[in-house]
Ligand binder design. Sequence first.
Ligand code: NOJ
Length: 755
Amino acid sequence: MIFQKKISLLAMAIALVSIAPSFAAEAPPADSKKATSEAPKAWMNKKLTPEQRTDLVLKEMTMDEKLKLVFGYFGTDAPWKNFKRPVESITQSAGFVYGIPRLGIPNLWLADAGIGVASQGGPNVREATALPSGINTAATWDLKTAYAGGAMIGSEARAFGFNVLLAGGVNLLREPRNGRTFEYAGEDPLLAGKIVGAQIGGIQSNKIVSTLKHYAFNDQETNRGTLNVKIDDAPARMADLLALQVAYEDGNPGSVMCAYNRVNGFYACESNYLLNEVLKKDWGFKGWVMSDWGATHSTIPAANSGLDQQSGIPFDQSEYFGAALKEAVQNGWVSQARFDDMVRRVLQPMFEFGVMDNPVSANPETINFKANGLVSQKDAEEGMVLLKNDNKLLPLSKAAKKIAVIGSRADIGVLSGGGSSQVYPVGGAAFKGGPQFFPGPMLYYPSSPLKAIQARVPQAKVTYNDGVDAVAAAKLAADSDMVLVFVNQWTAESVDVPNLSLPDNQDALVAAVAKANAKTVVVMQTGGPVFMPWLADVGAAVEAWYPGTNGGEAIARVLFGEVNPSGHLPATFPASEAQLPRPVLDGYPEVKDARITVNYTEGATVGYKWFDLKGHKPLFPFGHGLSYSEFAFSGLKADVKNGLINASFTVKNTGSVAGKEVAQVYVAPVSAVWEAPKRLGGWQKVDLKAGASTKASVTIDPRLVGMYDSATKTWKIAEGDYKVILAADATDAKATSVTVHLNAATLDVKGKFVK
Ligand code: NOJ
């Protein structure tokens, strides 16, 4: 992980011959089966509440047993740290926590991550189904798809023997150069929170626990372990924390993973503000906070500030929640009550979400990879965004006789994002490149767009060119009826991208190809927003993100119109870096261990809110997405009932094919002062046959019309008029609006009206 990329082979060789790790002595008796087959324990009575069951078992536990539950190991050998994974852990996994067999408390087996059951690199990778990237799922704007994807990857996690999935990444997209943009859900707190909440719900429907992460403000990878984010409480609660809060409310995760970075001077994993105040007190979180791997920095401050479990030994400098915690409890620096609370927080979700009552046992042979691939494919198809389509160049005509397919190894597969979330594809990678160690390798999944395209036009001559030589590619383009040029950008955990330009001269490739043939379609596989200097010269462009296990098939289905694209951007695509709040990425290129400060002076004015406020014209606005059909909105009405704004309207498919539209409802204050001119208040995705219309409605979460007030810990809605705007994206020239009047109101910290 963070260390891995820095080690040399020599260091590894030295480490391999050195001492055995000290933790081995901590292992409990291996004979857990015998211990668990005794008479039923009182806390196994399912009629009791999770709280009651937790209380009962907690009373039985010795101090050393309690300590086991707050201390986690890496599930992979780390020779550079002389570390061998506990034998009971699952090979090349993210984590492991010893249970207490005597009491029937199972071990915790932890796997990464949000797009499927990941595997750490090495000789015995697990092959699993990969969803498309998180940002693709956000681009679906469809909670059912998000839930189904979560349910699918959760079922694979269970089948591989894991009972905790380290999913639920919802760091708000403030920094499009963030190497992990692909894992998250874009720039809007409501959309991101809802999508990730639905995914968490799906995962936990398998009676396993999901995390919500990375709490909070881990928005860039450069210096992620040391950087300090400066942000005030109110903007934090209205932006990044709101995304996490919504995901928490909707998903009800059993665990929250605190982040690497510091926030207002404190490490996120020892931030009393983040952990005790916001998460546990204000939001009412009852589960456990686990640290990110290498994100625990102390014993007493961390425990007292709200960290419940140290994860991923050996990534931290010390075993802070091992013997040191025991001593701190014994001498009173960490109270017995707080120590018990830490343990209780681990146990209670294990009861609540079914981990105790439905023990996992590995049976990967039961996984239906074909069916699961289709779940992933549906997500990809639903999230692919048609950015541009001049003269209806798409869907592709089956009459084309000569089709050129260029670039991005489209002959063999589709790209995936790198780092701990890396899922290894079933059947092996189509191509393995990039860095040898973390966050590599760079993997292509074996779902070939070229083959999927050729299969649909058997009569046509489909020729592939690798795009390395732009002149040769342009020659092929000139000699073709139609050109599909694939471009990509590999992004990965622990490294940010230097800028938003496509790497490896791909812009020059597209420009040359488009010059040779105007019927050029660009298919993009990127981690997030990128620049498209050639946009005016190409006929069509599709953002396919990292499209997952069946990505090639999904791309072909969209290109040929078997699926009508309905994805909408969950993030603004800027026209230049000068438009960003931070034109230069702080700390880039990384100087190891530099303790930089990133000042979020833009506050809650994130993404389209910033572009609105500054009057910047983006390359593509938030919410943008075309279809092979057209839609019209009409009859917008809005009323206020019990303080809640409800908008209703009609959506009509005015085109000639069935399709889906995302009707977006924004709110804008007429007199109140917000951080930005407008906010997304809600949306509805509708599925309509050609010529059909439907009524739709959206009720707006009242927090989205308020301003958070730190002094009183409430959301204040100012009395006045508010515009309710119906639009197809954040800059829609055809948007319509109506005005409603709101009385002054106050919401508590959870967003409920105060009587
Ligand atoms: C570090 C990553 O930030 C986190 O997302 C992941 O779950 C852990 N490592 C475990 O691999």
